[in-house]
Design a protein around this ligand. Structure first.
Ligand SMILES: [Zn+2]
Ligand SMILES: [Zn+2]
Length: 228
């Protein structure tokens, strides 16, 4: 689904949202759960592009619902995988996917291995805070830790867009900080929300829930103020 010109939300990623940015080449932001690759590539094909047109896969953070199909998509497109150094050990399989903080979710994670199992992928490029990417008039990577150590967001000022991964939650149409059971450092996550609240953008593409089109940064500011 095209959210605004050249920015698409990809279908059927099961849980985590994935987005496609269409410039001279295609950039994928997140990849959904394992098993999402063919549907993502079908969508790319539907736009008249071949898999090889996808040159970058940016991973907002290491959770399985965002990196789940990254290894296969890298293989099928030849794209470079970009991620922050803080999340690299889990994405590349050097460290296990951490379980949630909540007891019940922890048990579920243990008895349903598929909840955290994915094919690891070694990032080709480690992006740090302030890194710029040549996408849709120029994009800036923001390090927004807290949900995970290496969570990143992507700000694209020319089209007034912020892709925030799970650093801002929008499940059920409600804006908030990332959900506690899956967030390793809550205070840091709130600091990151405040950082994104001072930027200007009309469109917010979150990791969960629908995109906000129009006045997004005002809504995030309001939410951040309510956090006290
Ligand atoms: Zn998520
Ligand atoms: Zn997450």
């Amino acid at each position: 689904m095209e959210i605004i010109p050249n920015v698409h939300q990809l279908p059927s990623t099961m849980a985590g949202n994935a987005y496609l940015l269409v410039g001279e080449t295609l950039t994928l932001v997140d990849t959904g759960m394992p098993g999402s690759a063919s549907r993502i590539l079908d969508y790319v094909g539907g736009l008249g592009h071949s898999p090889a047109d996808v040159t970058r896969i940016l991973l907002t953070h290491y959770h399985v619902d965002h990196v789940g199909s990254a290894a296969l998509l890298k293989q099928q497109t030849g794209a470079s995988v970009l991620a922050h150094s803080g999340d690299m050990p889990v994405i590349s399989g050097q460290e296990p996917h951490p379980p949630p903080n909540q007891a019940l979710m922890k048990v579920l994670f243990r008895i349903v291995p598929a909840m955290s199992r994915f094919d690891p992928v070694t990032p080709d490029v480690l992006v740090e805070d302030g890194a710029t990417l040549d996408i849709l008039g120029g994009a800036t990577v923001l390090h927004v830790p807290g949900h995970t150590p290496g969570a990143i967001a992507l700000h694209v000022p020319a089209i007034r867009l912020l892709i925030c991964g799970d650093a801002i939650d929008h499940r059920g149409g409600r804006l908030g900080p990332p959900p506690s059971p899956f967030t390793i450092a809550k205070d840091q996550a709130i600091e990151s929300v405040r950082r994104m609240a001072v930027l200007d953008y009309d469109v917010l593409c979150p990791g969960h829930g629908a995109a906000i089109v129009g006045g997004a940064s005002d809504q995030v500011r309001q939410m951040a103020r309510a956090l006290g």
